[in-house]
Design a protein around this ligand. Structure first.
Ligand SMILES: [Zn+2]
Length: 244
C-alpha cells in the first residue's frame, strides 16, 4: 500500500500536479479548520465515479495520474469516408449524417460548452492534425489494434483518433452504431470506462444514445478543472491545484 501511495505521488509529480493531495492527514494545519479535500461540496459529486470516468480507476486502478480532457473543448472532426488502402467509400450517407447530427450535442454534454468545431468528411487520408479528431472506418487487417472490437479511440489526445470496425455488421445492427460512436467520442474527449452499467462509458453497454446526467455532471466538472490537474478528491477542495 505504501508503494502504491508513493507511485501515486510520483505520478502526480510527473504529471506536473501537486503531491499535496497525497499529503499525510497528520500534517499540521494553520488557520481555521477546513473541510478535507475528499469531502464532496456538491451532493451530485460521486468520488468513485469521478475516479473511474476521469482517472481510469475502473480499468487501471491507481494508474490514472491526471485529468486527460482536451485542452480545446471544440476539436474539429474529420470523417474519412474511404478505406485505408484506396478510394473505395466505406461510410454510408446514413452514418455520416448521424455523426454530423449528434456530434455537437454529444460534445456539449461532455464539455458543458457550446461546440463550434468543424465537421468535415472526405475520401482521402489527411493524416493526423492538431486540433482535429479523425474518424476512420477500418478492418482488422487495416488496423490490427481494433481486433474483435467495434470501436477504438485514443483517450484525450490531440490529434485524436477514433476507429470503427466498418466491415463488422454486428457493430451496426439495431442502431448499435449510435451508441458506439457516442462511446468512442467520449474516449476521444478524455473519458474512461465506468462500472455503472447505465452509463454511456460502461464497457458492457446500454441502449442509450446520450450521456447520462451523472456522466455529464462529472465530465463537465473535469472540463472546468482542466487538463493536467491531479486527482485529489473533490476537485475544488483546498488541497487541489488547478489544471496545467
Ligand atoms: Zn470503451
Amino acid at each position: 500500500m505504501n508503494g502504491r501511495r508513493a507511485l501515486l505521488a510520483l505520478l502526480a509529480l510527473l504529471a506536473g500536479g501537486t503531491p499535496a493531495c497525497n499529503a499525510s492527514p497528520a500534517a499540521p494545519t494553520a488557520g481555521p479548520p477546513q473541510a478535507p479535500a475528499s469531502r464532496p461540496a456538491d451532493p451530485r459529486f460521486d468520488d468513485r465515479f469521478w475516479r473511474e470516468l476521469i482517472f481510469n480507476e475502473h480499468d487501471a486502478p491507481g494508474q490514472g495520474s491526471f485529468v486527460r480532457v482536451l485542452a480545446n473543448p471544440s476539436p474539429s472532426v474529420y470523417v474519412r469516408l474511404g478505406d485505408a488502402g484506396g478510394t473505395r467509400r466505406v461510410v454510408t450517407d446514413a452514418e455520416l449524417d448521424h455523426i454530423r447530427e449528434v456530434l455537437p450535442r454529444l460534445a456539449e454534454q461532455i464539455t458543458g460548452r457550446p461546440y463550434d468545431g468543424r465537421i468535415e468528411s472526405g475520401i482521402e487520408e489527411r493524416g493526423d492534425r492538431e486540433g482535429w479528431i479523425t474518424v476512420r472506418f477500418v478492418t482488422p487487417e487495416e488496423h490490427p489494434d481494433i481486433g474483435a472490437s467495434c470501436g477504438l479511440a485514443t483517450p484525450g489526445s490531440d490529434p485524436g483518433s477514433i476507429w470503427i470496425a466498418g466491415d463488422n455488421d454486428q457493430c451496426f445492427r439495431n442502431g448499435y452504431f449510435r451508441r458506439l460512436f457516442a462511446h468512442e467520442l467520449g474516449h476521444a474527449f478524455g473519458l474512461w470506462h465506468v462500472g455503472d452499467h447505465a452509463a454511456m462509458m460502461s464497457e458492457a453497454g446500454n441502449d442509450s444514445e446520450w450521456f447520462t446526467e451523472r456522466e455529464r455532471y462529472h465530465a463537465q466538472l473535469a472540463y472546468e478543472v482542466g487538463r493536467g490537474a491531479a486527482y485529489c478528491g473533490w476537485p475544488f477542495g483546498p488541497g487541489c491545484a488547478g489544471g496545467t
